[in-house]
Design a protein around this ligand. Structure first.
Ligand SMILES: [Zn+2]
Length: 393
């Protein structure tokens, strides 16, 4: 007898076995059914409600999935052999009520017991997102969540470029990009979605090509439009979150007002010369009440006080920092991890190389997000920062 065969005999003697029908009945009584098969096997079907913990990572991950060591646990593989080894591993971790499903999933299926085809990442996605899958804060469930997410980006310019690139790379399944402009050579100092051979091309089309070259598995909606009071709500509907990479006050207020009205998180970034700032305006954030943009700035400044676009200028790398921070906030919000910049504003000074945080309080009397206020309507403010080539965004 080979050593492996001897080991199997020992395990059969040590690990209690249950039939698939018994495992199903135990599951209904609260037992945890763990499917330890490989992802490509699970993708063909798995018992509904089973914990899917691949054998190779079982010991590392089981304590998060089943914290109670006294819980009744049934381990299942394809034929009932790997599950014996897996059950033995669980016993060594201190689980006291472990059994193995005799005949495994093959017998489960042959006996006509319930099967579901779970949403899983395919082999290409596992390879692409491998570094995400290694982190329990993302993992397969988080990656699937990103894949099902829909993010709308306002502007395919300086801020929108890094934000869109990183969101596409991270596997955010649907990216809508709104911009009415065309690529100008003076954009290329900072707008890294575009390239010299795209000068004259609509920015959203250039963005779509760049993003799909990076990650062909996502959907990119190129929306060549100027946002105004007549279309803002239609443009925003159906998205989970809006990333504001706009360069002008009229758009910024429309983004704020539509996000407040639709309950969407508004990931805000802005830049000026060597400085930038990031925040998340989301008054309906469940964990704490934060302000909207109008709580801080109830109305735009008069045109003569706004910085002149031609004079403003910006360090080309700066939107790279701020737009990337917007991408990070976006991914945190989509995954529901960490502490978002709700009620906080992060200011960045590139010359001093310094980040400063400011606490932002909501205004209870805010006309847009104040309690019980009727929605005052959208406003089309005068566009005083023109969209000519000198525009900084
Ligand atoms: Zn407000």
């Amino acid at each position: 007898m080979k050593a492996s065969e001897r080991r199997l005999v020992e395990l059969r003697a040590a690990i209690p076995e249950v039939t698939p029908a018994q495992a199903l009945a135990l599951q209904a009584e609260g037992a945890v059914l763990i499917d330890v098969r490989e992802p490509d096997e699970v993708a063909q079907g798995s018992p509904p409600g089973a914990e899917r913990l691949v054998r190779g990572f079982l010991e590392l991950r089981v304590e998060d999935a089943v914290p109670d060591k006294a819980a009744r646990v049934c381990v299942m593989c394809a034929g009932g052999v790997r599950s014996l080894f897996a059950a033995e591993g669980l016993k060594q971790l201190g689980y006291t009520h472990v059994s193995s499903v005799a005949g495994g999933f093959n017998r489960w299926k042959n006996e006509g017991l319930p099967v579901e085809v779970p949403r899983v990442l395919d082999a290409h996605m596992r390879e692409r997102y491998g570094r995400h899958l290694l982190m329990p804060e993302v993992g397969e469930a988080g990656q699937l969540k990103l894949g099902a997410s829909k993010v709308l980006l306002l502007g395919a310019g300086g801020l929108g470029s890094p934000a869109a690139l990183y969101l596409a790379a991270a596997g955010v399944g649907t990216l809508g990009i709104v911009d009415h402009d065309r690529v100008d050579r003076s954009n290329l100092q900072r707008q890294i979605l575009h390239s010299d051979d795209r000068v004259g091309t609509p920015k959203v089309e250039s963005a779509r090509r760049t993003l799909l070259a990076l990650n062909p598995a996502i959907e990119v909606r190129a929306i060549e439009a100027r946002v105004d009071s007549s279309n803002v709500e239609d443009l925003f509907k159906g998205y989970d979150l809006v990333v504001d990479g706009s360069d002008n006050f009229p758009t910024r207020y429309l983004v704020n007002d539509a996000c407040v009205r639709l309950g969407l998180p508004n990931v805000h970034g802005s830049i000026y010369r060597f400085e930038g700032q990031v925040s998340v305006f989301w008054p309906s954030y469940p964990a704490r009440r934060g302000p909207c943009y109008r709580c801080l700035f109830p109305a735009p400044p008069p045109p003569e006080l706004a910085p002149s676009c031609a004079e403003a200028g910006v360090l080309g790398v700066l939107p790279g920092v701020i737009g990337t921070l917007e991408a990070i906030e976006t991914i945190k919000l989509l995954l529901g991890i960490g502490d978002p910049l709700v009620g906080r504003l992060l200011h960045y000074d590139a010359l001093q190389q310094r980040f400063t945080e400011l606490a932002l309080a909501p205004d209870p009397d805010c006309a847009y997000c104040g309690d019980g206020k009727p929605f005052p309507g959208y406003v089309d403010y005068e566009v005083f920062c023109s969209t000519a080539g000198a525009t900084v965004r």
